[in-house]
Design a protein around this ligand. Structure first.
Ligand code: KG4
Ligand code: ZN
Length: 330
């Protein structure tokens, strides 16, 4: 079965074609670099750029995959969570195309998409699987008992970890998105330079706003020269605290669920320090998607969509965008 996936929930316009669920025939990702000058995503600009580029991106993904519209048997599209204006662009485009071609379309939860990203790299991997989903908008630990059957173990009660990386980078005068820059600079720093508090909330939840404030107060007490000379040390110390919180909560979730396999997905799963620590410390098999599938992409949406379509599901054309969609437990 050939499924076309479309993703426009934030600042990436992406389209992909997958075959038999997890084999990626093609993928095109257009990242909106226009936001970098504003230090964050500007929703209005994001939706306008999605509208401008979506048709070209979809066409390019079909050409790259060596398929025509006639070959496509279903369309999967992100309908939430995300920026409502951006979601609407992809959703409307997908609905129009599905109706014209008279094929089913399915709305996919972006978070479920991220969870499916690991199957693009490891098609043989099967649940039960414990997930750490870490991105610019989310920090969640979810247990996938079976395909499409989820139990939410923990989540952030305030900021997402990616947002925290981006804000700390901004405080230090670094460009957006800050995560990859911190990752790179922290490699040259001493992670034990300063002891920032390892954040958390209760036994299984996360909280990152306190860590963000701790970094802010710390920086306010230092002079410019000190910050400049110890930039890498401060960033390495911040990164250690933030990633330690993830490792700590994951270990507790492993004990709670008895999981033998962990998948770490989402933009922040690119972090090299996180990859190193989790692979070493968790004591179970740890899977990371290939880097092209960690940040927002349409192949993961197509994979989740293909799974649902194969089970006979489809969405009504009246399906609205839902900016605050969450993972539903069964
Ligand atoms: O999954 P994603 O592309 O978009 C959302 O759904 O949010 O994640 C983007 C987030 C940004 O906050 C970015 O700074 C972070 O992922 N990120 C990283 C790294 N690469 C991307 N954070 C830490 N280390 C990285 N190497
Ligand atoms: Zn995402």
């Amino acid at each position: 079965m050939l499924v076309l996936g479309i993703e426009t929930s934030c600042d990436e316009t992406s389209a992909a074609v997958v075959e038999n669920k997890f084999k990626v025939r093609s993928q095109v990702i257009l990242s909106q670099i226009e936001h970098s000058q504003y230090g964050g995503v500007v929703p209005e600009i994001a939706s306008r750029l999605h509208s401008k580029n979506i048709h070209r991106v979809v066409k390019e993904s079909l050409t790259k995959g060596n398929v025509t519209l006639k070959d496509i048997e279903g369309i999967a599209v992100t309908y939430g969570p995300g920026l409502v204006g951006s979601l609407v662009v992809g959703l409307m485009y997908a609905k129009g195309l599905a109706q014209t071609l008279n094929i089913p379309f399915i709305g996919i939860n972006h978070l479920e998409g991220h969870m499916f990203s690991v199957f693009l790299t490891y098609p043989e991997l099967k649940p039960p699987l414990l997930y750490l989903l870490v991105s610019g908008g989310h920090t969640e630990i979810i247990y996938m008992e079976d395909f499409l059957k989820y139990r939410v173990i923990g989540q952030t009660v305030d900021d997402a970890i990616g947002e925290c990386f981006d804000k700390v980078a901004k405080m230090m005068g670094l460009p957006y998105p800050g995560g990859p820059v911190i990752d790179r600079l922290a490699k040259e720093g001493d992670e034990n330079f300063y002891n920032f508090p390892v954040p958390g909330h209760g036994k299984h939840n996360f909280s990152f706003s306190g860590l963000k404030t701790a970094v802010l107060y710390y920086l306010r007490k230092q002079d410019k020269h000190f910050i400049e000379t110890h930039k890498s040390d401060i960033l390495a110390s911040f990164q250690k605290a933030a990633i330690s919180a993830l490792c700590d909560r994951l270990k507790k979730a492993i004990r709670l669920t008895g999981a033998e396999k962990v998948a770490i997905v989402g933009g922040v799963s690119n972090n090299s320090y996180l990859r190193k620590r989790c692979s070493k410390e968790l004591g179970v098999l740890v899977y990371f998607p290939q880097r092209i599938y960690t940040t927002d992409n349409a192949a993961m949406i197509a994979a989740a969509g293909a799974m649902r379509l194969e089970k006979g599901e489809k969405s009504p054309l009246s399906l609205p965008a839902n900016p605050s969609l969450y993972i539903e437990e069964e």
